[in-house]
Write a protein that binds this ligand. Structure first.
Ligand code: COA
Length: 289
């Protein structure tokens, strides 16, 4: 087996998508779950984006000419983020994941802080704890929305966001987690359904939503975060399952919103952090954190 850098080309980005589907499909009890074409396109686009922005953070494990595993990581202003890693089920438990993680972590050398959203795979939790990360257990909110509980959305004005808000988004990121998402916002703007922004004299915040899922939320006050989350949930398409993930105990404001609008709360995965506490009020995305 060899490790080589991931390339921003269709063969490599498709390999990442296929390995992800196989590895995460094996983790979910309902293996009939088929990713939509939009989700597949996002997987490929994200792999290509990170291969281009962080070539030394993105690695492919190749055996007999075929890709069997990958790790996608990035460095953003002193924060190292592992966006995604997976190994084909038939090659798991043989040390491939450890080698990929070690190689990706070399890219994060010199970063004092690190962040990973961790799946329910116990092997993943073991790997990240062994790599020095603190595992913060997370909750997930999901279900059909009680729309009658969403009617009163409050006074704060919420606007649709776009490219003109990039500096604002980066400022909020720096305040919350000491590191902007920078170029990653451009990809999220292109692929996610909606960006919502609050920009008032009392504070600021933003939130991405894609279909029924709230993808990333950062705000300078809990009041603004709550308003953004309710507004994002109100925009979830009729009949779609709503989902908000990776809530550590610091995000009780979001748990309360979820309970108010009829969502179910359950344990699901971890937020693995190094050199930092969970940012708050903040909901990381599974994709760019
Ligand atoms: C997580 C993943 C990338 C690890 O890759 P891998 O090649 O299987 O990892 P390794 O073989 O290097 O290491 C797995 C470790 O977990 C341990 N492990 C495996 N199954 C386990 C289980 N059920 N419970 C506890 N530990 C387990 C192994 O013993 C090994 O630990 P060790 O090296 O200290 O002995 C891979 O299993 C995977 O693709 N999982 C599904 C997708 C996923 O969850 N990705 C992570 C997203 S955060």
């Amino acid at each position: 087996m060899i490790l080589r850098q991931l390339r921003d080309d269709p063969a490599d980005t498709e390999a990442v998508r296929e390995i992800s589907d196989a590895a995460f499909g094996a983790l979910t009890p309902d293996s009939t779950r088929v990713p939509t074409e939009a989700q597949a396109a996002f997987q490929r686009a994200r792999a290509g984006h990170l291969a281009a922005t962080d070539p030394q953070g993105c690695w492919l494990a190749v055996q007999d000419g075929a890709a069997i595993g990958f790790a996608l990581s990035m460095r953003r202003e002193g924060l190292w983020v592992l966006a995604l890693t997976a190994v084909l089920p038939q090659y798991q438990g043989q040390g491939v994941g450890r080698l990929l993680l070690e190689r990706a972590q070399e890219h994060g050398r010199g970063c004092l802080r690190g962040m990973i959203t961790v799946s329910v795979d116990p092997a993943a939790a073991r790997r990240y704890r062994r790599a020095g990360f603190t595992l913060h257990p997370t909750m997930r909110l999901s279900g059909q929305l009680d729309r009658s509980a969403l009617r009163d959305t409050g006074e704060l004005p919420v606007h649709r966001g776009n490219h003109t808000h990039l500096h604002l988004l980066d400022s909020i990121d720096r305040r919350l987690r000491d590191a902007a998402h920078g170029v990653d916002h451009e990809l999220m703007l292109r692929h996610y359904d909606e960006l919502l922004v609050v920009d008032t004299v009392t504070g600021t915040g933003y939130c991405y939503r894609d279909g029924g899922t709230v993808k990333l939320l950062a705000a300078t006050t809990r009041h603004i975060a709550t308003r953004l989350l309710r507004e994002a949930l109100a925009a979830v398409p009729e009949g779609a399952e709503a989902k908000v993930e990776w809530l550590t105990a610091e995000q009780e404001w979001a748990v309360d919103v979820g309970l108010d609008v009829g969502l179910t709360v359950e344990n699901h995965g971890y937020l693995a952090l190094r050199g930092m506490r969970p940012p708050a009020p903040y909901l990381p995305s599974g994709g760019f954190l």
